[in-house]
Write a protein that binds this ligand. Structure first.
Ligand code: ADP
Length: 164
């Protein structure tokens, strides 16, 4: 049976930290579905369509047959069921990630005990990296090179030019 994993997140926008997790997940699973959160409870800088498009561009999407990128709404475990994914992938950085992930893991397990979450420790190069910090730097006119792929760097510049 094919091992299908979902890598859920906001990806607002995708960073080099996310990319590292995606590449490493592809060595572990037959298929990885990057699930872009589009729940209206959260406020995003980029629309779901923009976030999906950026991920596809960065991954050179058509090249890989074992990656899928889609946005989703509603409960993650329901989406995972629809996609026949038995695994969720999450990245772990500082201790502060742990508390939230622990709560989510227990809740997801309660909602669907068949789905197992797999945690990948961040690469030390990206341990301080988050989409929020990248957005803050870009908004304040700082350089985001080496933090995000160059096409995302460009999109951030455009986005903040549009907003200001
Ligand atoms: P969410 O809003 O679901 O936390 P994010 O896009 O911020 O969405 O993160 C998605 C997943 O990627 C989370 O598991 C997060 O811990 C992980 N992640 C984000 N940045 C990094 C990084 N620099 N290194 C490793 N994992 C990361």
């Amino acid at each position: 049976m094919k091992k299908i994993a979902l890598y859920p997140g906001s990806f607002d926008p995708i960073t080099n930290g996310h990319l590292d997790i995606i590449k490493r997940s592809l060595c572990l699973f037959d298929k990885v579905i990057i699930a872009v959160n589009n729940n209206s409870l959260k406020k995003f800088l980029f629309t779901a369509e923009e976030r999906v498009e950026m991920i596809k561009d960065v991954l050179n999407y058509n090249y890989f047959s074992n990656v899928e990128v889609e946005s989703f709404q509603g409960l993650l475990v329901h989406y995972a069921q629809r996609k026949e994914a038995k695994f969720l992938i999450r990245g772990l950085r500082a201790l502060s990630d742990f508390e939230y992930e622990f709560q989510m893991d227990l809740m997801n397990r309660k909602l669907n005990p068949q789905i197992e979450t797999v945690y990948l420790m961040t690469d030390q190069r990206y341990s301080y990296l988050s989409s929020s910090i990248v957005k803050e730097i870009a908004q304040l006119g700082g350089c985001t090179k080496n933090l995000v792929p160059s096409l995302v760097e460009k999109r951030l510049l455009e986005k903040f030019k549009d907003i200001s």
